[in-house]
Design a protein around this ligand. Structure first.
Ligand code: AMP
Ligand code: TRP
Length: 325
């Protein structure tokens, strides 16, 4: 099957990104044809520092390679290197009603956060995302829960296009992890873990051991003292249990049993230790790769060359069907 996914190069990646998306990518590349993209054109839809963008792109590429993305198995490249993404997004914008974009949760949330007049780029974000996916005829799109609605919109766009111009696009399916599709903020377990929620609310993959420990010990928990998975009554502990389970590969039941009779502090200490251990290899790999600028460039250039061939082929078909050539 063809798989496509993207990640925004917007500063530090956190364990939510890892558990919701990156981990899936690494697994899927073993069994499918995968295309993974650093989506810089998406990163500029909210305020950003142009001086930092290239560094953020490099950092994102390094983290993915450190996490196990294998450029021999997957195509890995930077979105803006392939003009066809923007070109197809423009064409798809002509068949999707504005109303469909206005009802997207991410648009509503982000435009409210920004307060100052949200830009058309933010509204059009899901069209570009649909273009990313459809350009490569992807059938499977591994993302976290927050992006599910955008993948559904991509399906809707594909359906509309195929109906209007004849069968052109594959119907992409969202691929959510069974567990970890929505890791919550350490400071507010009713909200998702996100960079925008403040440093205390997430564990970055490159956080130092000291920082990891501090953030976990300060994580918001719930009334009572039992280590028990109960999303309604114990959202804080349930989130920490989910993180523990995914990193330790133990079931929730096993962990509950292990911590029976113990308090939050013991559990948090253990979780901090587990995260420190599991994130250590990222840091080592990251340091190694940071020194290999040329190697990195070669990988991304090679990826872009392969992606270009696929993108051009779809664009030719789309342009023909739409009467542009
Ligand atoms: P972003 O950093 O928003 O570009 O997200 C990159 C990927 O990580 C997307 O597939 C998101 O759905 C996923 N993701 C982001 N935040 C979380 C979270 N808190 N829990 C699970 N997945 C997430
Ligand atoms: N919008 C996604 C996010 O914020 C990133 C993304 C861009 C993406 N294009 C994509 C994900 C295509 C999957 C497929 O996380």
């Amino acid at each position: 099957m063809k798989v496509f996914s993207g990640i925004r190069p917007s500063g530090q990646l956190h364990i939510g990104n890892y558990l919701g998306a990156m981990r899936q990518w690494i697994k899927l590349q073993e069994i499918h044809d995968c295309i993974f993209c650093i989506v810089d054109l998406h990163a500029i839809t909210t305020p950003y520092d142009p001086g930092e963008l290239q560094k953020n792109i490099t950092d994102a590429a390094i983290i993915y390679l450190a996490a196990g993305l294998d450029p021999e198995k997957s195509i890995f490249f930077v979105q803006s290197n392939i003009e066809e993404h923007s070109e197809l997004a423009w064409l798809l914008g002509t068949i999707i009603p504005v109303g469909d974009l206005l009802r997207m949760t991410q648009y509503k949330e982000k435009s409210q956060e920004l307060r100052k007049s949200p830009k058309a780029g933010l509204l059009n974000y899901p069209i570009l995302m649909a273009a990313d996916i459809l350009l490569y005829q992807a059938e499977l799109v591994p993302v976290g829960k927050d992006q599910q609605q955008h993948v559904e919109l991509a399906r809707e766009i594909a359906r509309k296009f195929n109906r209007k111009f004849g069968k052109t696009f594959e119907m992409p399916e969202v691929f959510l992890p069974k567990m970890g599709a929505k890791i919550m903020s350490l400071q507010n377990p009713r909200k998702k873990m996100a960079k925008s929620e403040g440093k205390e609310s997430y564990i970055a993959l490159l956080d130092s051991s000291k920082t990891i420990k501090e953030k976990i010990m300060k994580a918001v928990t719930d009334p009572g003292k039992e280590i028990k998975y109960d999303l309604q009554r114990k959202p804080g502990i349930s989130n920490l249990l989910t993180i523990y389970s995914l990193f330790s590969e133990k079931s929730l039941k096993e962990i509950e049993k292990e911590f029976k009779g113990k308090g939050y502090e013991d559990f948090k200490k253990s979780l901090a230790q587990l995260l420190i251990e599991k994130l250590e290899p990222f840091k080592t790999k990251q340091k190694e790769l940071s020194k290999k600028e040329e190697y990195l460039e070669k990988i991304l250039d090679g990826g872009a060359k392969k992606a270009k061939v696929l993108a051009q082929s779809t664009m030719k078909e789309v342009s023909q069907k739409m009467g542009l050539i």
